[in-house]
Structure formats: C-alpha cells, structure tokens
Design a protein around this ligand. Structure first.
Ligand code: ISE
Length: 334
C-alpha cells in the first residue's frame, strides 16, 4: 500500500523532506504540502509533484487521504501539531526540537502513554550518520573501554533563520548534540554549565557548554552559528583505552596551484543528506509496520533534549551550573 504523506512547513527542512518523500522514498507518495505561505507551498509542490497544496495544518492532519505527517513548521508549532497527529492516529516525523518547553514535551509524552503506543518520531537524524554509529559501536563493543568525555563542535556559516536568537543556539542548534551524545554514551544528563564570548559585530555569538552525565562523563559542546567559513560539525569520543573522532566526509580533494583543498558543505542538508534519507526511510517503515525504529529518537528523547536545553539557557543567563531534573521514564519508552 502506498503511504500518502503530508509535509507541514515548506521552509528549508520542509522542502528537503518533501524532496526526499517525492524522489527517494519508495512506497511513499507526497500527497500534500502545507504552509501558511501558500506561494512557497505552491513552489515546493511544483518542484516535487505534490498532489495538493494547503494552508491549514490541523485540517491537513485529519484529511482521509493523508496517512502520515512530516512536521517541519516553526519550532513553536511542533508540540501542538504532534498532539494533533496523536489525536488523529497519524504517525508523525517531527523535526527537532519537539518543543523548546520541556513541559510541552511532557504533554506529548502523556498523550502517547494514554494512547498506549508511540506515534511521534523525532528528527534527530544524526543518529543515522555513520560517524556516530561507529563511535557508539566502539564504546559498546569495549574497544574504547569506559567513556570519559565527548567533545562536540557545531558551526554554521551564519544564523540559519530570521529571528534566530542567542538562546536558540542552545534550544534549536544544540539539541542535535544533546541527543546524539546521549545516544552514543547511553547515559543521561545531571548538570550543565554554559558560557558565551562576544559575537562578531553584533551577530549571535558562540556558546560553549559543559554537560555532566549521571555517570560523571563530560560532554563539551561548542555552537557557533556565525562561523562564516563553512558548515563544520566535529565530534570526538574519549575512552580510557583510546579515542574515536569524526572525519569530515569530503568526497574529493583538489590539488592545484601549489594548494590542496577540500570543501565544507554550506549547511546541514548536504552534510547529512544520507542520514536524512535513512531516517525518513526508517520512519516510513514505522508508518507501515507500527514498529518504532531501533535507533530513532522518540518523544522521550525530545523531552530529554529540551530539558537540558532549558537548563543550559538558565545556566548561561545566571552564570552558574544548573542541575537537570528529569521525570521518571514511562515504560512506553523503556
Ligand atoms: C538547524 O535547525 C538544524 O537542525 C541543523 O542540523 C543545525 O546544524 C542548525 O544549527 C540548526 O539551526
């Protein structure tokens, strides 16, 4: 049976998910693209061959010709649209973050617990990137010995969206590291400290965080959304026997004029193209079978990421270490 998919939001990520659904997801049909900006939705529909265009997200979710929903609208809509999908019995792939409010994340969790099943997969696609998979394997198979630290660096060319604030470095960009470090280490967070040097000429500046885990490992995270030179994500996992670090997946090196150069991606879509494809493919399988993918992120993971982000914003504002206090993990997410 062909799965008819609606994509809500046709900005950078919505357009990219629409492309994946239309051209790289056998068994799926791009049924409708939805955006309040109807002209932008029409433009994406023309490029992807979407069967329909709409502007009312809640109405799209309940349409009888929509089997599943990709939520790629602005962050503040993610939790409410996820709740609408749960009410409608429509599996959702919700772009990160689930919400910038941990309380809103708990509302989604309560709805899934009440429904007795998971409906929402979170768009933490880095879990599908080979570098983190190899780090996780090197830890779980004993090669590294006990984990000690994980260092992360996440640089954008420039702030990715209009109205991007300094706090969003923590609540919008850093959730990738908050989630993937939990995924690789298999641990939870206990406390966070955050620091910020001045940004260049009034731009949103970098944020540097030190997160302590419940096993006393340290996770360092640098976010710089105005790095200028390229989209650059790095990671290194340090164990008691050795270390494993990410190699930037450049496809070629140009040797010319006494120079040898490689290129950075302009943004995350190219750097993580394969991870997005694998994530979306796993989600389609979830829609078809009802079996939640083994390595995918759930609403619980969305809550954990948002909770430490909230603590990070507080730590930066107050200039002190802030503890992370999680609620008990429901059995649904064991
Ligand atoms: C953006 O929303 C993403 O998810 C990208 O993967 C990340 O690199 C960027 O910093 C975020 O703003």
């Amino acid at each position: 049976m062909t799965i008819r998919i609606a994509v809500i939001g046709t900005g950078v990520m919505g357009a990219d998910h629409a492309r994946i659904v239309a051209y790289d997801l056998p068994g799926a049909k791009l049924q409708v693209v939805c955006d309040m900006n109807v002209e932008r939705a029409k433009s994406v529909a023309e490029k992807t061959g979407a069967a329909d265009v709409a502007t009312d997200a809640e109405a799209v979710i309940t349409r009888p010709d929509v089997d599943a929903v990709v939520i790629a609208s602005p962050d503040f809509t993610h939790a409410s649209l996820s709740l609408a999908c749960i009410r409608a019995g429509k599996p959702a792939l919700c772009e990160k973050p689930l919400s910038q409010s941990s309380q809103e994340c708990l509302e989604v969790i309560r709805a899934e617990v009440a429904a007795g099943r998971r409906w929402v997969q979170l768009g933490f696609m880095r879990r599908y990137d080979r570098s983190y998979a190899e780090m996780k394997a090197a830890l779980s198979d004993g090669t590294l010995g006990r984990a000690i630290m994980m260092h992360n660096l996440h640089r954008n060319v420039e702030t990715p969206a209009q109205g991007f604030t300094a706090d969003m470095a923590i609540t919008n960009s850093a959730p990738h590291e908050f989630d993937v470090a939990r995924f690789v280490l298999g641990t939870e967070y206990a406390a966070i400290s955050a620091f910020s040097p001045a940004g260049a000429d009034g731009k949103v500046g970098p944020v540097f965080m030190v997160v302590e885990t419940t096993r006393a490992e340290l996770v360092t995270i640098e976010i710089n959304n105005n790095a200028a030179y390229g989209y650059d994500v790095r990671g290194e996992l340090v164990g008691e026997k050795g270390a494993i670090s990410m190699v930037d997946p450049v496809a070629s090196r140009l040797d010319l004029g006494l120079r040898s150069t490689t290129a950075y991606a302009a943004d995350w879509r190219k750097r993580y193209a394969e991870a997005y494809r694998l994530q979306d493919k796993a989600w389609l399988r979830f829609v078809e079978t009802g079996e939640f993918p083994a390595i995918a992120a759930s609403a619980w993971d969305g809550y954990c990421s948002s909770l430490v982000a909230e603590a990070g914003v507080k730590a930066l504002a107050e200039g002190r270490k802030v503890t992370v206090k999680m609620v008990a993990r429901p059995a649904l997410y064991a």
